[in-house]
Design a binder for this molecule. Structure first.
Ligand code: PLP
Length: 392
């Protein structure tokens, strides 16, 4: 069986429930030894039976590697796509996607709240090749429509967004994209495919930082693209090989292992975050809590419609401005002060000085009194006690 054939096999799993696909899609027993878990094929090249006689379709590990193929098939099955592709990081995946979809003169609509590195890629890299972008509030359809022009080729959405937890109606923006003849790209990193299925809602491509909930243990950096369009999938695979920022065999293996517990982890992340958000809303030092699970969140109804639960990410604003927010971050103990998110351990950070420092002075600048939490799967009472202590 060739690498290409393996990657298009997600139909085989389409009747199975998510939890079953997470464990079985791509995870076929090793044909040589029967090993239940796909081995780490730590190899660059493959012996050929005569010139061009490839065993199993593998030729060189940038083009395809069996461990990466297992992950790519799993990713396609989880997002309900036809093609999954794994990269060295989330930004490597985004870079490959943008250089596949865009040429000079094209225009892109990007959200006014997004991961700072995604904005930097548009503003400092992609724009230099002559691709223009407009910033829109993607939670507001009128704002998206106003930003679209006759050169728009991509509408980019992050929902829930990083770090303000804004919610965009994926199906509604998919309609706008279709009418404009543009592709809708959804960064599904915060939700994961367990909580949200953008392709089923009309998105053309799903982007992931596998570094986050998919890996789930803060021990790997990776990225992914998934599409249901086989032609686009072929083009992306061509560029993945041509550009070369692929996920290595060990990184692919460790993400594949993390994904097996994605469903149970996401349930617990969401449950714990719900309790933390409730506590924060009652706290006298907290001026605003941003969590789509709260009924007064402006995107609550849409989130309830398109997500299975509300996830593990919360941001909140504190009395006393930037210094007070930094103090809370410094005082937390069980919540580890650090960038990134989506691991089993809880993290706390100050977006203005840390993850989103690169958007200072732009339309994406974040409030200085903002604190972001990645709520882990520890005991919720311990997490609440730590935050109460940190808030003073
Ligand atoms: C929502 C989102 N998308 C993309 C990325 C980029 O992923 P990576 O850090 O794996 O390159 C991140 C990283 O923080 C992110 O939070």
């Amino acid at each position: 069986m060739t690498g290409t054939t393996l990657r298009l096999m997600s139909d085989q799993h389409s009747h199975q429930s998510f939890e079953t696909r997470a464990i079985h899609a791509g995870n076929t027993a090793d044909p040589l030894t029967g090993a239940v878990v796909p081995p780490i094929y730590q190899v660059s090249t493959y012996k050929q039976d005569g010139v061009g006689g490839l065993r199993g379709g593998y030729e060189y590990s940038r083009s395809a590697n069996p461990t990466r193929t297992a992950l790519e098939e799993n990713l396609a099955a989880l997002e309900g796509g036809r093609r999954g592709l794994a990269f060295a990081s989330g930004l490597a995946a985004e870079d490959c996607l943008l250089r596949t979809l865009l040429v000079p003169g094209d225009h892109v609509v990007i959200p006014n709240d997004a991961y700072g590195g995604t904005f930097r890629l548009f503003a400092k890299v992609v724009q230099r090749w002559g691709v223009e972008f407009s910033v829109a509030d993607t939670s507001d359809l009128a704002s998206v429509r106003a930003a679209v022009n006759d050169r728009t080729k991509v509408i980019w959405v992050e929902t829930p967004s990083n770090p303000l937890l804004g919610i965009t109606d994926i199906a509604a923006v998919a309609d706008v994209a279709r009418t404009a003849g543009a592709k809708l790209v959804v960064d599904n990193t915060f939700a994961s495919p367990y909580l949200q299925q953008p392709l089923a809602l009309g998105a053309d491509v799903v982007v992931h930082s596998l570094t986050k909930y998919m890996g789930g243990h803060s021990d790997v950096v990776g990225g992914a693209l998934v599409t249901a369009d086989e032609t686009l999938g072929e083009e992306l695979a061509y560029h993945q090989n041509a550009m070369g920022a692929v996920a290595g065999p060990f990184d692919s293996w460790i993400v594949l292992r993390g994904i097996k517990t994605l469903a149970v982890r996401m349930d617990r992340h969401s449950e714990n975050a719900g309790r933390v958000a409730e506590m924060l809303t009652q706290h006298p030092k907290v001026t605003q809590v941003l969590y789509p699970g709260l009924e007064d969140h402006p995107g609550h109804e849409i989130a309830a419609k398109q997500m299975k639960a509300f996830g593990g990410m919360i941001s909140f604003r504190v009395q006393g401005g930037e210094e007070a927010a930094v103090e809370v971050c410094n005082r937390a103990k069980l919540f580890t002060l650090g960038e990134s998110l989506g691991g089993v351990e809880s993290l706390i950070e100050h977006p203005g000085r840390m993850t989103h420092a690169s958007v200072a002075g732009s339309a994406l600048e974040v409030p200085a009194d903002l604190v972001r939490l990645s709520v882990g799967i520890e005991n919720a009472d311990d997490l609440l006690a730590d935050l109460r202590e940190a808030l003073g």
